[in-house]
Design a protein around this ligand. Structure first.
Ligand code: PAF
Length: 287
């Protein structure tokens, strides 16, 4: 595995292997099994696997956890090596943002709901860094976890609107044994919160079961999901929403592919999770 820190060197490398099919897994590091699954799948489906680690300040709000975001580069390098990464791109802040940006990208749709509403500017930061990374790396396919289903919907719009010649692959959320979605932020939960946190998945599963059993009214499903999270966790519900997917519009009835998503704020960690399913409640596992 080769580690590249400089944008210029990454460009040179990208140009030198134009004939190879490149899979790209962008990350902010502190790898967990979710990241490793993306890498393994990308390795299987491409000639070359490039992963990046960059904690992007542009996607964190002023009172968010940029400073607390967990980092462990040494461990990440070892895990990347063990999981078949060919090139690990770890640029510094100065490499990615040498000057104050003169151009700003902003996404107008798919972001006035879910995390986009609670985290103003977050997805503008995500599309900015991804635009830069897609230009630097020029991948053929890029891999994202469906745990952040809104991010996948946003990247889908970015690729479509700005004509990136690139295929988006969304892969299923990887979970702990008790169902909690794997996340770098889980380490910031207290032991009690960690125990409670699996109820988020339990609540979402119950919501999906209601659809399987014939319930079509989003408001009823949301109410039941919220009740379980409120009863079983000490976290504050940021949102529970049921929207069309990937367009993320509100619905009068569950009559198309939807995402049922929740965000819960614990003391030091804000957790998100979701389930994607069709109008009959059948799970959608890959995009
Ligand atoms: O999902 C993440 O880790 C980040 O949002 C991403 C896609 C690497 C952009 O910084």
């Amino acid at each position: 595995m080769k580690i590249i820190n400089k944008v210029e060197e990454m460009y040179k490398y990208t140009r030198s292997c134009k004939s190879e099919i490149t899979g790209f897994v962008p990350t902010m590091g502190y790898f967990h099994e979710g990241h490793l699954e993306l890498m393994q799948r990308a390795k299987e489906e491409n000639d070359l696997l490039i992963t990046s680690i960059f904690v992007n300040p542009l996607q964190f709000g002023p009172n968010e956890d940029f400073d607390r975001y967990p980092r462990n580069e040494e461990r990440d390098i070892q895990l990347a090596q063990e999981n078949g990464v060919d090139i690990l791109f770890i640029p510094s802040m100065e490499e990615m943002y040498p000057n104050k940006m003169t151009i700003s990208l902003s996404i107008n749709d798919r972001t006035n709901v879910l995390c986009g509403r609670s985290r103003p500017g977050h997805f503008n930061g995500v599309i900015t860094v991804l635009t830069k990374l897609f230009h630097i790396i020029q991948p053929d396919k890029t891999y994202f976890g469906l745990k952040d289903a809104q991010q996948v919907a946003v990247v889908d719009a970015l690729i479509e609107d700005l004509n990136f010649p690139l295929q988006l692959v969304g892969l299923p959320t990887v979970r702990e044994a008790d169902g909690l979605a794997k996340s770098s932020r889980n380490v910031n939960l207290t032991p009690k919160e960690r125990e409670e946190a699996s109820s988020i998945y339990k609540a979402l599963k119950y919501g999906r079961k209601l659809v399987v059993d014939g319930e079509k009214n989003p408001a009823t499903i949301i109410k039941e999901v919220k009740a379980i999270i409120l009863k079983e966790t000490s976290g504050a519900i940021d949102y529970v929403e049921l929207l069309s997917y990937p367009s993320l519009n509100s619905l009068k009835a569950v009559d198309e592919q939807v995402v049922l998503a929740a965000a819960v704020q614990f003391k030091e960690a804000r957790l998100i999770d979701n389930l994607l399913f069709d109008q009959s409640g059948n799970l959608v596992n890959r995009l």
